[in-house]
Design a protein around this ligand. Sequence first.
Ligand code: GRF
Length: 202
Amino acid sequence: PRLVVLASGTGSLLEALLAATGDGRLPVDVVGFVADRDCRAVEVAQRAGVPTAVVRPQDQPDRAAWDAALADHLQGLAPDWVVSAGFMRILGEAVLAAFPDRVVNTHPALLPSFPGAHAVRDALAHGVRVSGCTVHLVDAGTDTGPVLAQAAVPVLDDDDEASLHERIKVVERGLLVEVLAGLAVGGVEVVGRRTRWRPARP
Ligand code: GRF
């Protein structure tokens, strides 16, 4: 299967996906990478020889034009799956309509708790003892699509946002690879808000 990855940050999740395709854990081809800004993830993709594009909102007259430009670029890559691996923009209707139930996102909290761009900070501020990460299908909302998989991560007394996020990202990298491998070899059906794996997940 053909995968396109979207990111906006350091690209540690992208690195984990590329490593997994290299060692056989993830039987997919990463056929493209797209960022919304210049970031380390762009360098990671370029170094790995992945066709890379930066589609900046500020280069477009308005949000709808950016959505359309992103959707066009993605369609040109003909992906089976679009993976948001730390992409800090809401994907608009143009992208979601082009890839229905084919866009996957990873979020560093146990949704529906702590959606949005400051999940780790919000979880810490709330004083939770357990947080974690969620891999889900993307719908028109913010971090609201059907859940594919979750993993719990303990919150330590001396955690700050950076230490907790790093601990979550270690787990998140593994969960994302596992989910994408499951989607690559089988698939998932969405029944209401619930997702059922084909074949069943271990
Ligand atoms: C991940 O935790 C992702 O869930 C969140 O931002 C982080 C991206 O990390 N949205 P990186 O850019 O892959 O290092």
